[in-house]
Design a protein around this ligand. Structure first.
Ligand code: PMT
Length: 423
């Protein structure tokens, strides 16, 4: 089946029980405005947040909520509900719904329809930041990604519970865009083929079947609720590597700090803020064949983060005690068992580029360092071009000034060759 226009699409929207369920009403409206037909299933928990009446009024159809309703089964059974749709969308996808999906449970109408569907499913997760970053949730997300389930969000920001971080449901218009994107390809699931082949069935390329984790962008280390330590990384280089790996056929997990550039299409994106969150997300995304640490991870964080905004007072400027952040690259390179076959780090230096890169190669235990200068005037941070040296145990190779996309493509070609030699 080729692409379907949103204006002609039949969508099954499953609303889970979360504070952001109210945004799903707006989503129904936005989809309706664009001509899509939306049929709604609500979980029992969803009905604690919004009423079926509101969803029915906006969708122009009745809302389904009961697995054992004889009248519903006569009208449209649970199998038919999921099969009649072009795409199944779950918004908000709570931690509980995600866990039940990942384990193939079918204990209410929503999960039964999800298990019975032969169409692609798009999830818009929404939950507390700790719940999202919990290894159990990340493991479930990874399982579902392996099954071919698509994700949009979660976004990062202030949460209803008062905490800050990734966990907010993507905004309705972003979900509409993700739906359009999902509809533009075949919406049918590669059911019998299992996770690995379901992924590789999508594309052919030298990295077909390989999993690559790329970190990108800066980390932000909070000082208090309004201030943070950051750096000038834009994410352009790391994102370009994720995109080039995807184009080479890999399954890509892009773990990105706060950046203002769009996520590359086709890759699984995990949004984080701090170095510690980046490490947790990396651990959750493993195992992988290749790890590329292109993120500019803050070496230090403030030892004790202020619970309230630090006030300017008569005692003068506050002093901030710093604590060292975990070294993600060194951690991944020293994993045993579970070390990716190739571990690549970057070195961003303002002086003694090759010497410092070589020292990092040794100290962090990686296979390759991509060295680039971030000295004043280099425009490496935030610029579209980069001039790099590949530093390995055997020696270093200078590359000419190239666009970051070209650096990414050449790096992926180089990694393909290394991988071939390793096997
Ligand atoms: O994002 P752009 O604007 O496109 O800019 C690209 C870039 C300059 C950020 C990129 O090319 C780059 O050099 N990234 C690494 C920046 C950096 O933090 O370098 P470093 O020399 O401080 O760290 C060395 C390596 O250790 C890096 O792979 C880094 O990801 C990793 N590291 C560092 C500290 C830490 N706590 N954990 C880590 O994993």
């Amino acid at each position: 089946m080729s692409g379907i226009a949103l204006s002609a699409a039949r969508l099954l929207l499953i609303i889970g029980g979360g504070v952001s369920a109210y945004k799903s009403l707006d989503l129904i409206r936005r989809l309706g405005e664009r001509g899509a037909t939306v049929r709604v299933i609500m979980t029992a928990a969803a009905k604690q947040f919004i009423t079926p009446l509101s969803a029915a009024a906006l969708s122009g159809d009745r809302v389904y909520d009961d697995l054992f309703s004889l009248t519903d089964e006569a009208d449209m059974g649970h199998i038919e509900l999921s099969r009649a749709a072009d795409l199944v969308v779950v918004a908000p996808a709570t931690a509980d719904l995600i866990a039940r999906m990942a384990n193939g449970l079918a204990n209410d109408l929503a999960t039964t329809a999800l298990l019975a569907t032969d169409k692609k499913t798009l999830l818009a997760p929404a939950m507390n930041v700790r719940m999202w970053l919990h290894p159990a949730t990340q493991r479930n997300v990874e399982t579902l990604r392996g099954d071919g389930v698509l994700f949009t969000g979660p976004d990062e920001g202030e949460m209803a519970c008062g905490e800050f971080g990734p966990g907010r449901m993507a905004e309705p218009l972003a979900i509409v865009a993700a739906i359009e994107n999902a509809l533009s390809a075949s919406t049918r699931l590669a059911l019998a083929s299992g996770p690995a082949s379901a992924m590789s069935a999508r594309r052919d390329g030298p990295l077909d079947g390989a999993h690559i984790i790329v970190t990108s962008g800066p980390t932000h280390e909070p000082i208090d609720p309004v201030r943070y330590i950051a750096n000038r990384s834009s994410g352009l280089q790391g994102h370009a590597i994720a995109q080039a790996a995807y184009e080479a056929g890999a399954r890509v997990t892009l773990i990105r700090g706060p950046v203002g550039i769009p996520d590359p299409p086709g890759v699984d994106v995990v949004r984080v803020e701090t170095a510690r969150e980046m490490l947790a997300a990396t651990q959750a995304a493993l195992p992988a064949d290749i790890f590329v640490g292109a993120a500019a991870v803050a070496d230090w964080r403030v030892e004790t983060q202020g619970a309230q905004k630090i006030k300017k007072d008569a005692q003068g400027a506050p002093s901030l005690a710093l604590a060292e952040n975990p070294d993600i690259l060194a951690h991944v390179a020293r994993l045993s068992p579970g070390r990716p076959r190739i571990v690549v780090g970057f070195a961003a230096e303002t002086e003694n580029l090759i010497e410092n890169a070589r020292e990092k190669l040794r100290r962090k235990g990686c296979d390759l360092i991509v060295a680039n200068s971030v000295a004043e005037g280099s425009e490496t941070f935030g610029g579209t071009d980069n001039r790099v040296w590949l530093v390995a145990a055997r020696g270093e190779t200078p590359w000419p000034q190239l666009s970051k996309r070209e650096v990414a493509r050449r790096l992926i070609d180089h990694l393909v060759k290394l991988l071939d030699n390793h096997i």
